[in-house]
Ligand binder design. Sequence first.
Ligand SMILES: Nc1ncnc2c1ncn2[C@@H]1O[C@H](COP(=O)(O)OP(=O)(O)OP(=O)(O)O)[C@@H](O)[C@H]1O
Length: 616
Amino acid sequence: MEKKKKEMNMAESMKYLLKTIWKADKGCVIFSFYKNCSEEIFVSFFFVYMTQKIYECIEKKSPYSQLAKVVIIFCLLHICIHIGSAFYTYNIRLKTPIVYRYIFDKVITKATTIEITRYEQPDFYDKFSRSLDECLNKAMDGLSNLTRSVGAAMSALAALLIIARVDPVLIIFVFPPVLGAFAFGVKENQQEYQLRKEETYDLRVMEYVKRVFYEKKYAGEIRLYKIRNILFGKHKESYEKRYQIHKKYRKKIAFYQFIRIVFFVGMTLFGTYIYVTYVIKTTGESKIGAYVAMLSGIGFVSWQVKESVHNGIEAGKCCLFMNNLKEFLEYQSKSTDGGTKKIQGLIGDISFHNVSFTYEGGKSKVIDDLTFTIRKGEHIALVGENGAGKTTLVKLLMGLYPVSEGKIIADGCDIREFEPKEYHSRFGTVFQDLQIFALPLGENVLMKEPKSEAEKQLVIDSLRKAQFGDTLQSLKNGINTMITKEFDEDGFVCSGGQAQKIAIARVFAKNPDVVILDEPSSALDPIAEYNMYHNMMQVSEGKTVFFISHRLSSARIADKIYFLEKGKIKESGTHNELIELNGSYAQMFRLQAQNYQESVPENYINQSRVGEELHV
Ligand SMILES: Nc1ncnc2c1ncn2[C@@H]1O[C@H](COP(=O)(O)OP(=O)(O)OP(=O)(O)O)[C@@H](O)[C@H]1O
């Protein structure tokens, strides 16, 4: 995102992870600490204290009953601790999805409030995908590793206390692995995190290629064109880049691991053996039992330190991913910066004041110094060549993109001052790239589950107005029919025109203040197109309507037509005024009218005259 924030260090990211999971489910954190700490401390007492007791018993020739008492206490403790652990194992499986849902909710909620422009930035996708994929999985892994690390550290500490009772000097031998493991563990973590960051772009490319081969919408093009080879090439290229990145970092990580284990852990083990041999040699064999027991104790401590560091490193890796989550969730969206004002009544007049807009990274203005006013209830047609800026203009109006210069006023107020969610809710839109969801038809229209009879009827009426009535009648399950076959073999697969009709029905069902139709009829047949516009204009009586259409025959019904060219309004007026003006609009209109007349070739007409079926 734009402003680079300082990343959290490991301790801060661990705190953030714990805080996040704590907010999602307190029990998760408590159980995890309980299980891993209690088990590990018990193990250290069992191994070190019990071994020492056995040797003591042999050396002092104490009665066997004393040892039996210790064994019974340990047995009882063992049962108690593992009852708790069993409870944890049962619970943690149930709690993991709660945490997963909590983070998922936060990320998705945030993503839907961020300006659409962010979706065009690779950096946004990196953070978004890492927040979703990595953080979701890493959060629980992080907690598990962190608590195991703390458990192993506590276990090592408990063992050290037992060892110190025999000979405090022995403790010195434990410090090299602790210091080394810590210093090199941090380095390993940093390398691992850098590796993940560096490979994110290529991972995304690989994910994209995977998605293209997976999703049905690409299946046709892939079979018909040679795009498969290009995509394979991209996948291979990214795979090789990732391989090089891994090679670079894995070498360093392996080196740090080698130093940590061979040098520091080795120092402890060999140092202790030399020291214990020395002590036994100089003090005689009186304490041989206790010292031999301590040798295994030091081995245990060293193992636990290794475990603690290893788990700490793993936890650190997971926790550092929390940087992505935090940065993503704390990102201040431009469109959500201000905007708390509520709209009173319906949206009234809308005016553009010297509005200009350039897409981020774009070189030239897509909308260039536009000034005009739309009266409440006017039906406006936006026409012009491809790329003239028509879609961009309506997206600016809906507040989906922030204007670069100037302002848009609705109801006498800059639209940036309105509460974005409420402002967006006032528009009913059919986008050019409209989306149909793998949900029942009713939900696709109402955009929520139609529960009451009135809501169900509204869905049916809206579908009829959108010219979907005949198709609806043929559907066995009516508005409960599942759309797409993604989750239901009997699902209904829409044609392009049917999908457009469903999207149009959404607008009828929503009954918004302002209707925006971005080429809503491009896939409709001429009769459906005529009826759709007729219905739309009827129900939009008194509402402001913007429609973008390349079929200028439909623009005739508008109260006013704006002809856009390179982000500027070149001509405006009613259809008749613009025809009279005899400018670009009139020229385009005449060209289309001429094409329609010439579009049925002479020989087809002749053939049809002799009784053959006409297929045009
Ligand atoms: N997300 C984007 N990022 C960068 N440039 C964009 C983006 N969307 C559109 N553009 C550019 O802005 C210009 C206007 O696009 P827009 O979609 O507004 O045109 P339009 O008039 O609706 O075109 P059409 O009739 O083809 O739908 C085009 O040159 C296009 O390449």
